[in-house]
Design a protein around this ligand. Structure first.
Ligand SMILES: [Zn+2]
Ligand SMILES: [Zn+2]
Length: 395
């Protein structure tokens, strides 16, 4: 089959590789119909994530048709499914608590060393995201093997196009959980840092959860315009001081809830020893947690801070005084995707959540290297690239 493989920094190629096979009884093989490039794929592209190996197949946001099943899969051939980016067994301590992203069984133990050091806990296995999360082949390919296929995938009824439901795989439940973790009450004012895909879904989710006002913060004009389209007021942090602006907009009190959907941007050098790898992968040695600090400093006393943004390692200048004295509550975590799928699928079908607005580019799988380049270089114009393995390569 054809698949998008990582070969090093800024070097991804569409290679011909062996088709995946059923390995375990609970596996299924999915023929990919749509797969997206994620902002976090750019960390791989930039060479910041350790334990990548040349030839690793990328992609953790995908959907397609079931073409083969193991004897213990509950899927049926011909079904259309969206697959969560987190791989979860469904039966361990954490999975039973619906904390799927902390699954203890899906990330092989010998692969957990860096993950444990960087994150304080071995993460669940992830598709297409390095060997510290299991080394699973990703879905930017014609086919993919889906482990625990009786737990993760959600079956999509006929008549609902791919582009409406593809983002159930990651960014929609991530934005939703980001808003849920902000414990929004009717009438609240909610501030959202970052108008990337997760932030924009957090904006929509916050309104659905009863927020009266949502204030979105970014500097890309196109992304701020999208937030406005969903009813948010906006702050361009290149033009004004964010905390001052938030205070002015909330009568000097601060937002009831603050959602950090930015996280640490990757800056550093890919390294080849484990300590440097951890420093790089956890963004140590940089001081990039502006949005995290701003969220804590701007939030009103007694308010809530939610952090769907990804952090690792340690952060300097954590405003512990403000956090404690204001009596803030903070919730965070990798998304427990499986928990949210049925409800969010309904919300899409009922037209309560718009998903397609995000897609700026649809391309063939063969054009994936160009898709990565564009998504990396043109962040204002390119909000989301969706690859269609069924499409013919552009001339
Ligand atoms: Zn993603
Ligand atoms: Zn589990």
């Amino acid at each position: 089959m054809r698949a998008l493989a990582w070969h090093g920094k800024h070097d991804v190629r569409v290679d011909t590789v062996p088709d995946p096979d059923i390995i375990n009884p609970r596996d299924a093989i999915i023929k990919i119909t749509s797969t997206a490039i994620c902002g976090s794929d750019l960390h791989l592209y930039d060479g910041y994530i350790p334990t990548m190996q040349a030839g690793d197949i990328l992609g953790h946001e995908f959907m397609g048709e079931v073409v083969e099943i193991g004897p213990k899969s509950t899927l049926k051939k011909g079904q259309r499914v969206v697959v969560p980016f987190t791989i979860s067994c469904g039966s361990c301590f954490h999975c039973k608590k619906t904390q799927f992203s902390a699954c203890e069984n899906s990330n092989p133990a010998e692969k957990q060393e860096i993950s444990e050091t960087a994150y304080g806990h071995p993460m669940a296995g992830l598709f297409g995201y390095s060997h510290m999360t299991g080394g699973y082949a990703g879905g930017q390919a014609e086919y993919v093997r889906v482990p625990y296929s009786d737990v993760g995938p959600i079956v999509i009824p006929d008549g609902i196009e791919d582009d409406k439901v593809l983002f159930l795989s990651d960014i929609l439940p991530t934005g939703w959980m980001g808003a849920e973790n902000a414990d929004i009450e009717p009438g609240d004012t909610v501030a959202v840092w970052g108008c990337g895909p997760v932030g924009l879904f957090a904006v929509q989710s916050a309104f659905l959860m009863g927020a009266e006002r949502v204030i979105a913060i970014d500097h890309f004009p196109n992304r701020l315009a999208l937030a406005k389209k969903f009813g948010a007021e906006v702050i361009n942090f290149k033009e004004v001081e964010v905390r001052d602006a938030l205070m002015e907009m909330t009568g000097g009190i601060g937002p009831d809830a603050c959602i950090d959907a930015v996280g640490l941007e990757a800056h550093g050098l890919a390294a080849d020893n484990i300590i440097d790898q951890i420093k790089v992968s956890t963004f140590l040695g940089t001081d990039r947690a502006h949005s995290f600090r701003q969220a804590i400093l701007a939030c009103r006393s007694g308010g809530r801070v939610s952090v769907p943004a990804v952090y690792g390692g340690f952060i300097d200048k954590f405003p512990a005084g403000a956090f404690m004295q204001k009596g803030l509550t903070m919730k965070t975590g990798q998304t427990h995707v499986q928990r949210y799928l049925p409800g969010l699928l309904n919300a899409i079908v009922e037209g309560k959540i718009d998903t397609e607005f995000l897609i700026s580019h649809r391309m063939s799988l063969e054009d994936a290297p160009e898709g990565y380049r564009m998504f990396h270089d043109e962040q204002n114009e390119v909000t989301k690239v969706v690859l269609k393995p069924g499409m013919v390569k552009s001339a």
